[in-house]
Design a protein around this ligand. Sequence first.
Ligand code: MF3
Ligand code: CO
Length: 248
Amino acid sequence: MIKIKSDREIELMKKAGKIVGDTHNYLKKYIKPGITTKELDKLANDFIIKNGASPSFKGYDGYPGSICTSINDEVVHGIPSNRKLKEGDIISIDIGACYMGYHGDSAWTYPVGKISKELEDLLKHTEESLFAGLSAIKEGARIGDIGYNVESVAKKYNLGVVKELVGHGVGTDVHEDPDVPNYGRKGTGPVLKKGMVIAVEPMLNLGSADVAILDDDWTIVTMDSSPSAHFEHTVVVTSDGYQILTER
Ligand code: MF3
Ligand code: CO
């Protein structure tokens, strides 16, 4: 069942989303060669708590971190560890915060120091696919319109679209109905209504779309070890478009 949020709920979700966006802004300054993903996790955890929220992912299905940190060929759900960032890496940071019972969810992929032109393009094009997907959103549009737009951008740049993981509704749970795939056909899927809150989150690979899961039972990696990027915003559907709740 897809929930429609009341004005009061949307106000709370704006607060949750703002804390997520602010945490990204805060963390960004620390993304440099030499820092470990565990240090980033602690910085984010403490920042979220200081802002009166709690990290949504901690303990979710037993997930051990407060955020997800996925480097290079890691697509999503990388667990913070003692691994140090290196010059030329890319890192996807996925942050969720829960404020007064409501969640915000946003991921972004960052360069570590100077990165190759190829990786710069991967980040630029994956971000472009997120905004193309979002541009389909308004009351009366359908979930398939979003995926169609994301996939069109991926095809234009010959990037692999990860299909095993999808965007989702957001509310009192981090993952609510509906699923929001990063592929699809126009005019198909559930109809969007004002007050629905969804997270759109393309995961695009420089190589093939195929992914595998590591022995830690969390980390998703590309099968061909090609780098992968992930950009995600939580948005509320409005009568003529959408509003981003996790703006940075
Ligand atoms: N942010 C992820 C998503 O967008 C959720 C992380 S799942 C967790 O769906 F278990 F790692 F928390
Ligand atoms: Co999400």
